[in-house]
Design a protein around this ligand. Structure first.
Ligand code: CU
Length: 316
């Protein structure tokens, strides 16, 4: 079930492999409020020569040509996703399968015992957890300005198509995250976050997975437009939630025995989440990367949309 999980410590992602569901036919031309900025193209830095998790193939640093794009400044919010669902009747994978993964300390007490995922016991399977009940049926509705979560890759792709955009590729994502600063480790530069601040992103403080002190203001998601934007005006490119990209996740260098599992079809995610901490899952770096099956949904997975042409203005 966990694939490459044993290769490196990861807060990151329990995996799901589920039967394929029929596609839902959706209209296009969806119209939601978008807060977009143009990001110039150029020769992007991709990866790093100082990898923390070489097994993830963070390195070596190389160059890729990236086109100019329009970027949503934040990840897709619950308010925007609700508008999509209202307009299309779309049902997310977590809703169709009836469950999703929730971080243990967010599961409401009334939920009762939950099934822990072996090896990453802080992840709990919660029946009825989905984007509009992010901690399960016993918990509340999500906050409108927070990122939508429990989103499968297929859900992200469906939303992006509806609004006339798409998911970014890895090179595009890293280029945008660096905000014009060159070969930097974080969207704000080289300085590593500490538990004492200054707080520039939403990650874990304290001892993972027992106690998040929330010193950065959050023990779960933060609003999509929180913390200072980077040089291109983009918010929360690292931390907060993992963001699906359009690229597949393939590891080239794994030993043959591991390859079969590790090369199961996966999609690449970028950015790290509110669960990442230097002590355990130091993946709130621009070059960090994980893969997960397109079916997998968790409380810390969502997405951001990019546009090849200037996006539509929303209806007043
Ligand atoms: Cu992590």
């Amino acid at each position: 079930m966990h694939g490459t999980m044993t290769d490196t410590a990861r807060c990151c992602s329990p995996e799901m492999v589920k039967p394929t569901l029929p596609d839902q036919t959706l209209p296009t031309g969806g119209n939601v409020a978008r807060d977009c900025v143009p990001v110039p193209g150029g020769r992007a830095v991709l990866g790093t020569d100082r990898p923390v998790f070489p097994v993830d193939e963070e390195g070596p640093a190389r160059r890729a040509t990236v086109k100019p794009l329009w970027w949503e400044r934040g990840t897709v919010s619950n308010a925007a996703f609700a508008r999509f669902v209202d307009a299309t009747g779309y049902q997310t994978e977590a809703e169709r399968f009836g469950w999703s993964f929730v971080f243990w300390s967010h599961v409401p007490e009334q939920q009762g015992p939950t099934h822990a995922v072996q090896g990453v016991e802080w992840w709990r399977r919660v029946d009825g957890a989905c984007w509009h009940r992010p901690t399960g049926p016993q918990g509340g509705a999500p906050l409108a300005d927070h990122p939508v979560v429990h989103i499968a890759w297929t859900d992200a792709r469906a939303y992006a198509a509806w609004v006339g955009g798409r998911l970014p590729r890895e090179a595009e994502w890293e280029h945008a995250a660096r905000g014009g600063l060159g070969d930097v480790r974080y969207p704000w530069g080289h300085e590593a976050p500490t538990d004492a601040g200054p707080f520039r992103c939403n990650i874990w403080q304290g001892r993972f997975p027992d106690h998040d002190t929330g010193a950065d203001g959050f023990t779960g998601t933060a609003p999509t437009h929180s913390f200072p934007a980077n040089g291109y005006g983009l918010f929360n490119m690292v931390g907060n939630i993992w963001e699906w990209s359009s690229d597949p996740f393939r590891l080239r260098t794994l030993k043959r025995a591991a390859r079969q599992v590790a090369n199961a079809p996966r999609k690449l995610l970028k950015g790290g989440s509110f669960l990442c901490h230097e002590s355990y899952c130091h993946r709130y770096r621009i070059a960090a990367r994980i893969g997960n099956t397109p079916d997998s949904t968790t409380t810390h997975t969502g997405f951001r949309v990019v546009y090849d042409t200037p996006p539509l203005k929303p209806d007043p």
